[in-house]
Ligand binder design. Sequence first.
Ligand SMILES: [Fe+2]
Ligand SMILES: [Fe+2]
Length: 472
Amino acid sequence: MISAEKIPNNVDLSSNKRLQRALEHWQPKYIQWWRDMGPQGFQDYHQVYVRTAISVDPEGWAHFEYVKLPEYRWGIFLADPTPDRRIGFGDFFGQPVWQEVPGEFRNQLRRLIVTQGDTEPASVEQQRWLGHRCPSLYDLRNLFQVNVEEGRHLWAMVYLLHSYFGRDGRDEAEELLERQSGNRDKPRILEAFNEPIDNWLDFFMFTMFTDRDGKSQLMSLSESSLDPLSRTTRFMLTEEAHHMFVGETGVARILERTCQLMKEAGFSGDVRKIGGIDIPTIQKHLNQWFSLSLDLHGGEVSSNAASYFANGLKGRAKEDGYDDHVVKNAYYQMEFFEQGRPVTKEVLLRNAMNEVLRDWYVGDCAAGVVRWNRILEAHGMSDRLKLPDRKFNRNIGMYSGFRFDPDGVPLSQEDWERRKYEWLPSAGDSEYLLSIMAEPIYEPGKFANYIAPPRRGINQQPIGFEYVRTEQ
Ligand SMILES: [Fe+2]
Ligand SMILES: [Fe+2]
């Protein structure tokens, strides 16, 4: 039965019969999906110390408790409405925002919501085997926290589909549970969400870089003229911050431990010989997930992006910070690649909106890499991590037909084939990572050899707290 007790919400679910009926139909399918495609082996006999969103009050929006994963209370929350909110950009700038979907933008909005919604269950599917290789109970709990919240983000998008898109919306909601990450016949919509994540270095890089793409997309959707979409995504950003925290601190703790091991090995030795993760391997995984996540922002010149902006559906991150919100006759200086050389040309700014968002994203990633490098510096290491050039390893957009090294130097296809594993994880790298992660660590307070403990625990609990309990 659908009830406010089972589904925490601030959308007045108890008096919305239509939504109740739609959810009554969808929710059992969701639970079945969660069991089949969610964390494998941790459904029935484990209690996980997770936070659950119970309101949108910034002071107390979540509470922590032990929960069996399939019993997590996935809720529906919209950030509080902004009184007299006005459209912030595009051709309808200054008009009141929409509480219903305008017929002429119905297809575009549905597509935006479905594309966002598809990524949420996809990441849960990608990560479903990681629990068996976890470096600690603390990390295991963080993995499941990210997973249940991605599940809630799916709920958030399904709420919009059920509430505003009628029959089509209900069909789309079902299909969100039918596509599967990496499935040949019914893959997830976007490429990065079909890549396997079978080791924890991939997981941390994914939450650092791909969840951060989630952040850029949610920031641009939170500017939307469709007010329920804006309010839903605004609240999702609160949870997203923790996902990026998991990624950034996960890699930081690996770096910390790698530095310690390098010192123990007398700097000259191979850190792999003592079970650590060497910096070149870390850099390769960074290259992989950063470039895949750049692709998620779409083509550099895009008439779709222009139309989303003109119609007020999807804005720029922090639209408030710009002076001109209509940008009808504004231009963007874009680098093209012609006859083997970069050439700068002017493009209508509206057509360059994907690139504008990608610029914001690259800056946000770069700040994280600076924080990682401080760890290397503090240990007196001369190595540094860096973001590859944005032309490197692209499969979407104008660079996709060409090959570049991480510094953006053009390469022949032949050179690329010969050298790509200098820059991207090889089968040997994956094998090595799996070998040091083969034994999961389930003892409270203990950490795998390749990763340092965190500075502090979750919700002021000690680091040695039993974040995941096994029931007998
Ligand atoms: Fe998400
Ligand atoms: Fe996320």
